[in-house]
Design a protein. Sequence first.
Length: 189
Amino acid sequence: MKNSEKQTAENKTKKTNKDLVIVPAPDAATELRQLFIDSLKDIYWAENALVTALPKMAANAAAAGLKSTIEEHLAVTENQIERLNQVFETLGEKAEGKKCEAMAGLLKEGDSILLETNPGAVRDAGIIAASQKIEHYEIASYGTLCAFAKTLGENDAAKLLTQTLAEEKEADCLLNDIALNLVNIVAAE
Ligand code: ZN
Ligand code: FE
Ligand code: FE
Ligand code: FE
């Protein structure tokens, strides 16, 4: 096949750029501030979903250290929701959630890990994996939110969001430590 023929064949199956570009909804954000508020609503929904989900994860953990770490992070999460209420307040916006499809998916995946594992070290490993995916999502979300807040000159909001970002990173570190311990326990068995 000649080069030119090859290109014509490719063009038949390839979508043009115009097909790929999403047409925005009529109420789509035109300003960064609007995207910032929408992203806050997303994480607000996610944190509230976590308050419901974390007790189940803790109840299914076998290692005492993992159980207590998740329970402590539940208390931290409740405080993070309080902090988000303050962020909405400083912005003069109503605190409300907007379904976070990513967190809904991560929690669904966490549920299937529980179904697919027997209680003990293996289920614990699965709970840690699911929890770290959740923490990483939160770290990415709060990192972006901090950057948006700073760009918009919302310094009070930025301060509050930075505190939460640090807590999410801390939670991830704790889970890492537990994972390393768990590996040693499993290896010794
Ligand atoms: Zn989210
Ligand atoms: Fe959180
Ligand atoms: Fe989301
Ligand atoms: Fe968290």
